[in-house]
Ligand binder design. Sequence first.
Ligand code: F6R
Length: 615
Amino acid sequence: MCGIVGYIGYRDAYPIIVKGLQRLEYRGYDSAGIALFDGEEINLSKTKGKVDDLKKKAEGSISLKGNLGIGHTRWATHGAPNDVNSHPHYSNSGDLVIIHNGIIENYDAIKKELINRGYVFSSDTDTEVLVNLIEEVKRKENVKLGHAVQIALNQVVGAYAIAVIDKQKPDEIVVAKLGSPLAIGIGEKEFFVASDASPFIEYTNNAVYLEDEEMAIIRLGKEIKLRKIKDNSIAYPSIQELQLNLEEIEKGGFEHFMLKEIYEQPRAILDTYRGRLLAKEGLIRMAGIDENLEKFLNANRIIIVACGTSWHAGLVAEYIFEDLARIPVEVEYASEFRYRNPVVTENDVLIAISQSGETADTLAAIKLAKEKGAFVFGVCNVVGSSIARETDAGAYTHAGPEIGVASTKAFTTQITVLTLLALKLAKAKGVFNNTRFHEYLTELEQIPAKVEEVLLTNPLVEIIADVYKDSPNCLYLGRGYNFPVALEGALKLKEISYIHAEGYPAAEMKHGPIALIDEHMPVVVIATSKGHYEKIVSNIQEIKSRKGKIIAVVTKGDVQVRELADHVIEVPETLENLTPLLTTIPLQLLSYHIAVMRGCNVDQPRNLAKSVTVE
Ligand code: F6R
């Protein structure tokens, strides 16, 4: 959480940092700040609110001059989101200024010690403690900034990506990382620092991603120096060529990133299986799996760990793996798994699913499983992310950058990768013969076109959204493969429209939730033709007889449900295992339209951040 940006070079730092912060707002957006160094003074402006609020404040109040600067967009952890707690933070002398993404867990003890030595604090943040600790080390040990940062970081417990500047050093930024991402863009006579590469993509294609426990001294006119924070040994930067392009991180004519990303799904799914699914040859080729096939085939079981939407993709995968490949699967919230002393052995395979590849709980679950000897496979979207690097092997989803805080294309592309994996295992285990395998491959190839077809329901979904936009509650029901879709539909609605929503397996309704149903309760039921159709029709009858309002997602040509439901959204027919790839789409659109109609900030819902790098 939190986004950080820094610049040092020959251009004006202000516009680069502001634009960069806007691109990183998905990481947190409750306050923002900037510090600009004009060679003599460090001018600082910060405010509660968004980067636009910061612009308004800074442009009227401080000098915007300077070819060196740092900026921050915040998702509050320590201290309420207000002007004072916003970053950057000065040290007591006013010489040092810091931005920080992460949490310093032992900040309280350090703060008490610093107070005893006469330091005063104006904010409630752990970050202000860190910058003063660096100042104290610098003063006491009489060392330069880089050295002081290193000594101070050896005294802190927690997670950080930091950038620090010093009034005595007009040509230097010191950065360090543990647990939170940090990229350095390397241009001609200029350097950029950011939580991801999006703030500097139009200036350079070359970047260095710091590893955990590494720091860098970035000095104008010099090569960047990388060091290990623990032992001061030299680390050698590996410069990577960025694959990102500007178009991918802009809205491209859509009103919101979320809508753009919903509409990108046909392309994203295609990109995810392109070059991997070879229907004509009757093959699935995926390096990360081909090289480790035996590990999967000999596994006692597969454990899937993830959070949020990625956890829902894990639930779909559980059904697919058990159904197609006959391998036992357990799906766990990463946050529970890591703290409950789970039984994991070297005969287990753990699959970690994460769009961002930075989710702290998922990362911790991976480390735990590795300690216990399990083989760990990652399914990530962000290339080079911490989870992608921490896992033994993996497969990327090729969804492209997902900027809307609510996950959409990440979900469908995760399911695509996991389906390819399950099919490959089913074939290798001999559960599938060639004919069945081929049937799946050709149907999977049809999915992008079928998603396009589902997207044509958008005007109808918008009309339905208008009917239910003021409902305080909503239920989502599904069975089998569509149960995780019901959970995902409910999550989408609550996170962006703030309507209370719950997903249930349809048959569970009579064990409690049915008590909620009256004429005011909208119930979204996913009732596709394959898999327990008659059973779900009975569930719909039960809702209808209690006067609930029924919004049904059905297979094209459905007659029975149409007679019972208040609204019907059709999706094309497909194999049962692949239905989530289609039924999810109208639920994404429904929550999108409801949120827009309620005046909510769809791309940046309150209290949330895209990348959850704290526990
Ligand atoms: C919901 C959403 C979150 C994420 C969760 C995990 O729309 O986006 O629930 O799915 O925070 O994030 P990743 O997949 O990045 O690990």
